[in-house]
Design a protein around this ligand. Structure first.
Ligand SMILES: *[C@@H]1O[C@H](CO)[C@@H](O)[C@H](O)[C@H]1NC(C)=O
Ligand SMILES: *[C@@H]1O[C@H](CO)[C@@H](O)[C@H](O)[C@H]1NC(C)=O
Ligand SMILES: *[C@@H]1O[C@H](CO)[C@@H](O)[C@H](O)[C@H]1NC(C)=O
Ligand SMILES: *[C@@H]1O[C@H](CO)[C@@H](O)[C@H](O)[C@H]1NC(C)=O
Ligand SMILES: *[C@@H]1O[C@H](CO)[C@@H](O)[C@H](O)[C@H]1NC(C)=O
Ligand SMILES: *[C@@H]1O[C@H](CO)[C@@H](O)[C@H](O)[C@H]1NC(C)=O
Ligand SMILES: *[C@@H]1O[C@H](CO)[C@@H](O)[C@H](O)[C@H]1NC(C)=O
Ligand SMILES: *[C@@H]1O[C@H](CO)[C@@H](O)[C@H](O)[C@H]1NC(C)=O
Ligand SMILES: *[C@@H]1O[C@H](CO)[C@@H](O)[C@H](O)[C@H]1NC(C)=O
Ligand SMILES: *[C@@H]1O[C@H](CO)[C@@H](O)[C@H](O)[C@H]1NC(C)=O
Ligand SMILES: *[C@@H]1O[C@H](CO)[C@@H](O)[C@H](O)[C@H]1NC(C)=O
Ligand SMILES: *[C@@H]1O[C@H](CO)[C@@H](O)[C@H](O)[C@H]1NC(C)=O
Length: 819
C-alpha cells in the first residue's frame, strides 16, 4: 500500500506550486496541491503519548499565589470545579462563572492582539507586524502595557494576546500580521516584552495559538451536519513538524512566553502530527508543561475542544468559550442553554465514574487561579464594563444561562493618552524601502498629488474592508481587529501638514480603477505636482489565507500609471505583511514606505516620517522576494481526496522558512529580512567578542526546570559588542542586528545564519555608541534530537553584525567551546 501510494504521488510533487501566486492576482482563488508523502506519513502519523499531566508547582515566583489557589480549590464542590474549567456565555468573549460564596467574580476574557475588540471607547493600536517591524523592545513593552491598561479598565482579566502562531512559515497565512515576525528570535522578544507589559498592567496575557497554526485553510474539522459533535467528516489540517524544527522555530517564541511567566496559553485549532492541538499530550503535557515548565493554564481556541476526558488528561485546562458543540460559532448564537459541552456536566460525570482523577481537575483550577492571585486580580480589580454585554453579538444576553453581576459604570473610556503612543508606534513600524533623488523627507512641497483607495476615509464602516474598496486600511480582519473610535487618514494628515506649509494644492484621486486606466497627465492640473504619493493596501484576515502577495485593488497598475507620468512617485503600503513590489525598480518610483497596519493614528504616523519629524527606523520582519513563486512552504490547499485524515501539511522545508530558505539556496531577493533605510547612515566598527564563562560545556547544566525551560539555557556565555557611528547629517535610530552561523559540525539543515540579537539605539550625528549583545547558551545551540537537549556545537561560529540579514558589516569567527 505504502509503495503504491508513494509511486502515485512521486509524479504529483509540486503540482501547482509554480502557479501559486501567478494565478491568483487580485483575489482569484488559489490552488495548491500538496502531495501525500507516505514515507513521511509513516514517520509523522502520530504524536507520542505523554502522560500524566504535570501538576503546577508555582516554581519561578508563583509559589504563594499557588498556595492561595490550592486553598480556594479545597473549598469547592465537584460541580463548582466543573464550572470553573468550563466557559459560559456571558458579557465577555470568554467567561467563567462566579463563585460568589468565595468572593470569586469569574474571569472575563477578551480579544485581542491590537485592541480590546468587543468594547466601546478603546484604542486601536498598531498590529503585531508593526511592533515586529519596529525592532524596538521598549516599544513592545510600552504597547503591551498600554493594551493591558485598557483591558484592566474594562474589567477584562485576560487579554487574548500576543501571537506567535502563526510565526510566518508562509507569507500567505491569513493571521501573520497578528504576530511580529517570520523569525523565532524576534518573535520571542515580542512575546516576552508584550507579556511583561500586559501583565505589569495587571492583566493576564495569553500566548497563542499553540502550536504550528501556520495556515487558516482547513484549520477546523468539517462535521457531519446530521451527526453529533464527534462525527467528523474531515479532520482539521495536521501540521506535521519534526522535533528539531519544532524546537528551533515554532516552539522558540513560546518558550520565551513561558519564561516571561505568561498566565495562559491558547491551544490551536489545527492538529499537530495528527492529533488536535487541544488534546495533543506531546505538545501540552510534554513540550509546554514539562520541558518549558509552564505554570499557568491552557485554554482552547474558541471551539477547539473536540473531546472531554482525553483533552483534559492531555493537558487542556479550560474549555473556551464552552459548549460550542459541532456548529461552532453559529451554534453559540442559535443554541439554547445549557449547550452541550465536552466539559461542564461531563466533568462531574467523569470524576464520579472514575474516568477522570479529581486531582487533575484540581490542577486545572489551580493553574487557572494561580496567575489570578499572582497578578493581584483578587484585589481591587475593576468590574466588567456592563457595556460589553450589549456589544457582544457572540454570546448575546438572551443566551446566558447564568446571571452575570454587572456593576460599575458603563461605557468607560479607557483610551487615556494612548493616541500619542499609537502615533509613535505606527511610525516606528514603518519601513523605508527605497529613497532616491532625495525624495524623502519632503521639503514642504507646495503642490502634492495623492492617489489610491487607501488614502482616505473608509466608506462603509471601518471593519471588514475586504468587502469594499475605499478606505485607509490600518488593521486586518477577524478576532484580531479593533473597533475604531476615530481614524486619522493619510489624506487628512497630509492636508493638515500642507496647510501648515502654506502649500498651494493637494490634489487627490481615490478610485484605483480610474487611476490605473487613466492618462494621469490628463488628471493633474497643468502646474506639475512636486510629489505624487500613491497609497496601496492589502487585506488579510482570520479564517482565510491570503490569495496573493500582490497589493489589492489593482494597486500595481495604479503605481505604473502614476509613475509613467510623475517622476517623483512615493509609494506607501498599508499591508498585512509581505507584498511583492514589482515596480520597485521603476526609475520614477523614488521612495517606498511599508507602513504595515499602524493603528488609529495612521495618517499622523505617516506624515511624521514623510516630513522627517521622525527618522524612519523600521526594518522588515520578513523577506520580500523578487517573485511570488520564489517562496517555499506554501499553505496546504486543494486537497481533493475525501479521507477523514487527508489534510496533511508537511513541514518538509524544516528550518528553511523566510530568510533561512533564501540564504540556504542563495536566492536573490528584493528586500531581505531585517532591511530598512534611514534618513541618516550608520557605520559599524570595533567588533569584540568575549566569553563570559570559562570552559564552556556543550550541554547545559541539568538544572531543575523553571518557566521557559532549563534556566541554564539563558546563561549568557558570550558578550559581543560593536561600535555604531551615525555618519550622516541627522539623528536617528540604528538597528544593529546579530546573525549567527553555527560551525560546520552542526547537523545538516542548519541555516547559514540566524538572528540571535538586535538592539535599537538612538544616535546623534557624528556620535558613536557601543552596542552589546549577550549571547545565551540557547542562542549558541542547536536542538539535538538524539540527546533531546540544546547542544553547543564544536568549531568556529561566524558572528555577523549589520543593518539587515544581507547587509553585514562585520563577520568574525569565534570558537565557543574552545574559549
Ligand atoms: C512529530 O513527529 C515527528 C516525526 O516523528 C517527531 O520528530 C516530532 O517529535 C513529533 N512531534 C510531536 C509534537 O508529536
Ligand atoms: C498531582 O497532585 C496530586 C495530589 O494533589 C497527586 O495525587 C498526583 O499524583 C499528582 N500528579 C502528578 C502528575 O504528579
Ligand atoms: C456583585 O458585585 C458587587 C460589586 O462588585 C458585589 O458587592 C456583590 O457581592 C456581587 N454580587 C454577587 C452575587 O456576586
Ligand atoms: C443530512 O441529512 C439530509 C436529510 O436527510 C440529507 O439530505 C443530507 O445528505 C445529509 N448530509 C450528510 C452529509 O449526510
Ligand atoms: C457531554 O458531552 C457531549 C458531547 O459534547 C454532549 O452532547 C453532552 O450534552 C454532554 N453532557 C453533559 C452532561 O454536559
Ligand atoms: C464516564 O463519564 C464520561 C463523561 O460523561 C464518559 O465519557 C465516560 O464514557 C464514562 N465512563 C464510564 C466508564 O462510564
Ligand atoms: C471608479 O472608476 C471607474 C472607471 O472610471 C468607474 O467605472 C467606477 O464607477 C468608479 N467607481 C466609483 C465608486 O466611483
Ligand atoms: C518618468 O516620468 C516622466 C515625467 O516626469 C516621464 O516622461 C517618463 O516617461 C517617466 N519614466 C518612465 C520610465 O515611465
Ligand atoms: C521631474 O519632472 C519635472 C517636471 O515635471 C522636472 O522639472 C524635473 O527636473 C524632473 N526631475 C527629474 C529627476 O527628472
Ligand atoms: C515569476 O516566476 C515565474 C515562474 O518562474 C515566471 O513565469 C514569471 O515571469 C516571474 N515573474 C516575474 C515578475 O519575474
Ligand atoms: C483539485 O481540485 C481542483 C479544483 O477543485 C483542481 O483545480 C485540481 O486540479 C485538483 N487537483 C488534483 C490533484 O486533482
Ligand atoms: C560631523 O563631523 C564632520 C567632520 O568632522 C563635520 O564637518 C560636521 O559638521 C559634523 N556634523 C555635526 C552634525 O556635528
Amino acid at each position: 500500500m505504502a509503495t503504491l501510494i508513494s509511486a502515485l504521488l512521486a509524479s504529483s510533487t509540486l503540482v501547482g506550486a509554480q502557479n501559486y501566486d501567478a494565478s491568483s492576482r487580485n483575489g482569484a482563488a488559489f490552488q495548491y496541491v500538496q502531495p501525500l508523502d507516505t514515507v513521511i506519513l509513516d514517520e509523522y502519523n502520530s504524536s507520542p503519548p505523554v502522560y500524566p499531566s504535570p501538576n503546577a508547582t508555582g516554581v519561578g515566583g508563583w509559589e504563594e499565589a499557588l498556595q492561595k489557589a490550592k486553598d480556594f480549590v479545597a473549598q469547592l464542590t465537584v460541580e463548582e470545579k466543573a464550572d470553573m474549567v468550563s466557559g459560559q456565555p456571558g458579557p465577555c468573549v470568554g467567561n467563567t462563572v462566579a463563585i460568589p460564596r468565595l468572593g470569586f467574580p469569574g474571569l472575563c476574557l477578551h480579544d485581542g492582539p491590537l485592541a480590546l475588540r468587543v468594547a466601546d471607547y478603546t484604542s486601536t493600536f498598531s498590529a503585531g507586524v508593526s511592533a515586529g517591524a519596529s525592532w524596538d523592545k521598549a516599544l513592545m513593552y510600552e504597547r503591551g502595557y498600554a493594551l493591558g491598561e485598557e483591558f484592566r479598565g474594562k474589567g477584562a482579566h485576560v487579554a487574548l494576546q500576543p501571537v506567535a502562531g502563526p510565526l510566518g512559515r508562509s507569507g500567505y497565512a491569513g493571521r501573520n500580521w497578528e504576530g511580529a515576525a517570520a523569525d523565532p528570535y524576534l518573535s520571542g522578544v515580542f512575546m516576552s516584552e508584550t507579556i511583561k507589559g500586559t501583565q505589569d498592567a495587571g492583566v493576564q496575557a495569553c500566548a497563542k495559538h499553540f502550536v504550528g497554526n501556520e495556515q487558516e485553510t482547513m484549520r477546523n474539522p468539517v462535521f457531519d451536519p446530521n451527526g453529533t459533535d464527534t462525527d467528523i467528516l474531515t479532520a482539521a489540517v495536521s501540521a506535521n513538524i519534526d522535533d528539531r524544527t519544532m524546537h528551533e522555530l515554532y516552539l522558540w517564541p513560546f518558550a520565551d512566553a513561558a519564561r516571561a511567566k505568561v498566565a495562559s496559553f491558547m491551544c490551536a485549532y489545527q492538529r499537530v502530527n495528527g492529533s488536535h492541538s487541544c488534546q495533543n499530550s506531546a505538545i501540552l503535557n510534554g513540550l509546554l508543561k514539562t520541558e518549558l515548565g509552564f505554570q499557568g493554564y491552557v485554554m482552547s481556541d474558541w471551539g477547539g475542544t473536540h473531546t472531554g476526558v482525553a483533552g483534559i488528561l492531555a493537558g487542556e485546562d479550560l474549555d473556551m468559550p464552552g459548549g460550542l458543540g459541532q456548529y461552532g460559532m453559529a451554534f453559540a448564537e442559535n443554541a439554547d442553554y445549557p449547550m452541550p459541552s465536552f466539559f461542564g456536566g461531563n466533568i462531574t460525570l467523569a470524576v464520579n465514574n472514575g474516568s477522570l482523577p479529581e486531582t487533575r481537575v484540581d490542577d486545572m483550577i489551580i493553574r487557572i487561579l494561580t496567575p489570578y492571585f499572582a497578578l493581584g486580580q483578587d484585589q481591587d480589580f475593576p468590574t466588567v464594563d456592563p457595556s460589553s454585554a450589549e456589544l457582544n453579538t457572540f454570546s448575546p444576553r438572551s443566551k446566558w444561562g447564568r446571571e452575570f453581576n454587572l456593576t460599575g459604570p458603563s461605557s468607560r473610556d479607557v483610551r487615556g493618552n494612548h493616541g500619542s503612543l499609537i502615533r509613535k508606534h505606527g511610525a516606528a513600524g514603518t519601513v523605508l524601502l527605497k529613497n532616491v533623488n532625495g525624495a524623502l523627507p519632503l521639503k514642504a512641497p507646495k503642490n502634492i498629488a495623492v492617489f489610491g483607495n487607501d488614502a482616505a476615509e473608509p466608506t462603509q464602516g471601518q471593519l471588514n474592508q475586504q468587502n469594499y474598496e475605499f478606505g485607509n486600511l490600518i488593521a486586518g480582519g477577524g478576532s484580531g481587529t479593533g473597533q475604531l473610535t476615530y481614524l486619522i487618514t493619510p489624506l487628512r494628515a497630509i492636508q493638515e501638514r500642507a496647510a501648515q506649509d502654506n502649500a498651494k494644492i493637494v490634489q487627490y484621486w481615490l478610485n484605483n480603477t480610474l487611476i490605473a486606466n487613466a492618462d494621469v497627465d490628463a488628471l493633474l492640473i497643468p502646474d506639475r505636482p512636486e510629489v505624487c504619493i500613491v497609497f496601496l493596501k492589502s487585506w488579510a484576515a482570520e479564517a482565510e489565507d491570503r490569495a496573493t502577495l500582490h497589493v489589492d485593488w489593482d494597486g500595481d497598475a495604479v503605481v505604473e500609471s502614476v509613475a509613467s507620468k510623475c517622476n517623483n512617485t512615493v509609494v506607501v503600503t498599508h499591508a498585512a505583511g509581505i507584498n511583492l513590489l514589482p515596480w520597485a525598480d521603476h526609475p520614477n518610483v523614488t521612495a517606498i514606505l511599508a507602513a504595515h497596519y499602524p493603528g488609529e493614528q495612521s495618517g499622523y504616523s505617516l506624515t511624521d516620517i514623510l516630513y522627517g519629524d521622525v527618522n524612519p527606523s523600521g526594518h522588515l520582519p520578513y523577506t520580500i522576494a523578487l517573485n511570488g513563486t520564489d517562496y517555499n512552504a506554501l499553505p496546504t490547499t486543494a486537497v481533493n481526496t475525501t479521507g477523514v485524515h487527508d489534510w496533511q501539511s508537511w513541514f518538509h522545508e524544516k528550518l528553511e522558512i523566510d530568510y533561512r530558505y533564501f540564504d540556504a539556496h542563495n536566492i536573490s531577493v528584493r528586500y531581505e529580512f531585517g532591511f530598512g533605510l534611514s534618513y541618516t547612515t550608520f557605520n559599524f566598527s570595533n567588533f569584540n567578542a568575549e566569553p563570559l564563562v570559562s570552559n564552556i560545556s556543550a550541554l547545559p547544566a541539568p538544572l531543575p526546570v523553571q518557566p521557559g525551560g532549563n534556566p541554564d539555557l539563558w546563561t549568557a556565555l558570550y558578550n559581543v559588542s560593536v561600535a555604531v557611528t551615525n555618519t550622516g547629517k541627522v539623528a536617528g535610530h540604528a538597528v544593529p542586528q546579530l546573525y549567527l552561523g553555527l560551525p560546520q559540525s552542526a547537523p545538516e539543515g542548519t541555516p547559514p545564519k540566524q538572528l540571535r540579537g538586535f538592539e535599537k539605539v538612538y544616535i546623534e550625528p557624528n556620535q558613536t555608541t557601543t552596542v552589546s549583545f549577550l549571547l545565551t547558551r540557547k542562542d549558541l545551540s542547536f536542538w539535538d534530537i538524539f540527546r533531546q537537549d540544546w547542544v553547543v556545537p564544536e568549531g568556529a561560529f561566524t558572528v555577523h553584525i549589520g543593518e539587515s540579514s544581507r547587509r553585514l558589516s562585520v563577520s568574525e569567527q569565534v570558537d565557543v567551546l574552545g574559549s
